[in-house]
Design a protein around this ligand. Structure first.
Ligand code: NAD
Length: 421
């Protein structure tokens, strides 16, 4: 079975194929299936930004609001030169299922601007962000649609959006975005939430599969926000042994393990994990195929494909990244007995704590880090349990089970709400 070339793998077609597959299993009404395969609202904005040299550039941005059967729209904003309407549609669709499977009262959305933030000054980035926020302000708001950071956007971006919307309204509107700095209403624990949730998902899977996490070997692809917190938490809270990590420049490996916190400090000083004392260099491809207990892809999409799925040796693949495994690879891994913890469940801790941030903003009452962590654990364990039970009952992989749980909940919302008018 040949892998479809990545360039022609239209993400929205993949998302629609996934809905069709689960729709058949759930024996969905064809009309309801059609609703689920279409975004509710799509906004394209072209807006001018004054650059540092005085020239004017027109940027194109999108906000796609996929489905709000369960509650207000929720989803990140991506700044990338490859942003396209179909990519934003697919990401907004996946957000719908992620919120649903996590049991949080949100629909799914996503935004993006076609730009290269790496070549922009901070001032240019701020002006572009504020103008984009202003352009999409007609459809976002704490009760309508709540953006968050994604690739190449961060807490600072969210602070500019929050300020822009607050200026337009004439009063502070912290609940319009999540992933904000603590100083303006961000939540404690948000920075590590995705990784902490991933650790809970790994723990739940390991206990059901009879895998001991104490001393278990772990390889992590991608040493950014998700990857480094996951490595740190798995070592500190589960007693696992981190034997390999990587970033865009390549990876490191030591069968004896190493201290993930020291590796992060080394990367911050030198710009790369490679060269860390006592480890040998390894490629990103080789890292995926190491003989380890747990493999956590925490970087990019399409990393595990039909080309390498047959050589993955880990017992558990914990998807910190969105879309790291292709549908073809999923089938191969399932047949080989590798348990894949699918992205919409495994990395759902991030959006769960974003939800907590929004709740705290609306209540104007803030929780301790311990409260955030214990509520996150409750949500992750509950979501994991419902997916695991469906996977065992239906004899399907965890991804299909997660989609079944998520889609069934959205369909139930349509049933009780009815079709307007
Ligand atoms: P990040 O930018 O902080 O880190 C990404 C890491 O991947 C960096 O270390 C980078 O060097 C590395 N990388 C880039 N190209 C690589 C390559 N070719 N091979 C190996 N490593 C490479 O991003 P992040 O926030 O950690 O997000 C990582 C993934 O997790 C993305 O897929 C993102 O959509 C997903 N995710 C993030 C969150 C969150 O809360 N941050 C939540 C859910 C999902």
């Amino acid at each position: 079975m040949a892998d479809e070339p990545k360039e022609t793998l239209n993400p929205f077609e993949v998302a629609q194929r996934q809905i069709d597959r689960v729709g058949k299993r759930l024996k969905l009404d064809p009309g309801v299936l059609e609703i689920l395969k279409h975004p509710k609202r799509e906004l394209t904005v072209n807006f001018p930004v004054r650059m540092d040299d005085g020239s004017i550039r027109v940027y194109t941005g999108y906000r796609v609001q996929y489905n709000d059967a369960l509650g207000p729209f929720k989803g990140g904003i991506r700044y990338h030169w490859n942003v396209s309407l179909d990519e934003v549609r697919a990401l907004s669709c996946w957000m719908t299922w992620k919120c649903s499977v996590m049991g949080i009262p949100y629909g799914g959305a996503k935004g993006g601007v076609i730009c290269n933030p790496k070549t922009m000054s901070k001032g240019e980035n701020e002006r572009m962000t504020r103008r984009y926020a202003s352009a999409i302000s007609i459809i976002i708001g704490p009760e309508k649609d709540i953006p968050a950071p994604d690739v190449y956007t961060d807490g600072q971006t969210m602070a500019w959006i929050m300020d822009t919307i607050s200026m337009q309204m004439g009063y502070a509107v912290p609940g319009v975005v999540t992933g904000k700095p603590i100083a303006i209403g961000g939540s404690l624990g948000r920075d590590e939430a995705t990784s902490r949730g991933l650790m809970y998902a790994t723990r739940e899977a390991a206990s059901r599969l009879g895998v001991k996490l104490r001393g278990a070997t772990v390889a992590v692809q991608g040493y950014g926000n998700v990857g480094h917190h996951y490595a740190r938490l798995m070592a500190a809270e589960q007693g696992s042994k981190i034997v390999a990590v990587s970033d865009s420049t390549g990876g490191i490996y030591s069968p004896d393990g190493f201290d993930p916190v020291k590796v992060l400090a080394f990367k911050e000083k030198t710009g790369s994990v490679q060269g860390y004392p006592g480890t040998k260099k390894i490629t990103n491809e080789a890292l995926l195929e190491l003989d380890v207990g747990i493999l956590a892809p925490c970087a990019l999409e399409n990393q595990i494909t039909s080309a390498n799925a047959g050589r993955i040796k880990a017992k558990i693949v914990a998807e910190g990244a969105n879309g790291p495994t292709t549908p073809e690879a999923d089938d191969i891994l399932y047949k080989r007995g590798v348990t894949v913890l699918p992205d919409i469940l495994a990395n759902g801790g991030g959006v769960t704590v974003s939800y907590f941030e929004w709740v705290q903003n609306l209540q104007e009452f803030f929780w301790t880090k311990e409260e955030v962590d214990s509520k996150l654990e409750f949500h992750m364990v509950k979501a994991f349990k419902s997916v695991w039970e469906t996977h065992a009952k239906e004899k399907i992989d965890m991804r299909q089970a997660a989609y079944m749980v998520a889609i069934a909940r959205v369909v139930e919302a349509y049933k009780v709400r009815g079709i307007y008018p």
